[in-house]
Design a protein around this ligand. Structure first.
Ligand code: ADE
Length: 254
């Protein structure tokens, strides 16, 4: 069976998945990371916390491919909502990804990764569809995100019925935390559903290596003036449960 890498940027995002690892996993420390090699719902996996930002994501993706021989990669965690309908608690599965802070103009078009001729890197369609199907199932259940009693806490964060979105996710080495910056990003990139700090870097590396990948994000904030407060609350209450429930459902469907 193909070995799947499951990667997150923050400990809270990976915690529930780590707790579900089958008993006999090993932990290998390398390059400042801890690679958990084992099985999750019977599927061979490597779980790793990659760190925050594009460089951390790129390093991790290369190690997973070259050192651990994974055949596909799923990145999970939280993101800031950009498009108007993308609200806290919603789930976004990337169709493609772009580095919003890449700009070698006027030598190359804004956002284009120089000499590649492209600015957007597509996620693997079958993998993304399978994750989206798992997300739709989990969101349709009472007590969303698969954790009993969680829905009250989610509602306390101002979340209503969580929706599933698929489309463009943009990444950059910035935590977007002002309405001004969020509005500017939306004006520049109207197709962007959400913003985070790793996905597009991973996408570029996986494209170079020919490795199928998908990015699944839960919306923790609206990338506005209260982004930092919403982010910290959401990441504690929901982030890990959402990732674990959806990725777990997907693995069980294989
Ligand atoms: N991840 C979650 N929220 C974010 C934001 N507002 N900006 C960048 N990355 C994020």
């Amino acid at each position: 069976r193909p070995r799947t890498a499951i990667v997150a940027a923050m400990a809270q995002e990976l915690a529930a998945l780590l707790a579900h690892l089958d008993g006999d996993f090993t932990v290998q420390a390398h390059a400042g990371r801890r690679f958990h090699v084992g099985r999750l719902h019977g599927e061979p996996v490597v779980l790793v916390l990659c760190g925050i930002g594009k460089v951390a994501a790129a390093t991790t993706a290369v190690l997973l491919a070259e050192r651990y021989g994974v055949q596909r990669l799923v990145f999970t965690g939280v993101a800031g909502g950009l498009a108007p309908g993308v609200r806290v608690g919603d789930v976004v599965v990337a169709g493609s990804l772009l580095q919003h802070d890449m700009d070698a103009s006027p030598l190359f078009p804004r956002w284009e990764v120089p000499l590649t001729g492209r600015s957007e890197f597509a996620a693997d369609a079958p993998l993304s569809e399978a994750l989206a199907a798992a997300a739709a199932q989990v969101l349709a259940e009472p007590g969303h995100y698969g954790a009993a009693g969680l829905s009250d806490e989610v509602h306390a964060l101002g979340v209503h019925e969580p929706a599933l979105h698929q489309g463009l996710i943009v990444s950059g080495d910035r935590f977007v935390s002002s309405a001004g910056e969020s509005v500017a990003l939306q004006a520049a990139l109207p197709a962007a559903l959400a913003v985070e700090m790793e996905g597009a870097a991973l996408a570029q590396v996986c494209h170079d290596l020919g490795l199928p990948f998908a990015v699944l994000r839960t919306i923790s904030d609206r990338a506005d003036d209260s982004a930092h407060v919403d982010f910290m609350r959401f990441i504690e209450v929901v982030a890990s449960h959402a990732s674990a429930a959806i990725v777990g459902r997907w693995l069980q469907s294989l």
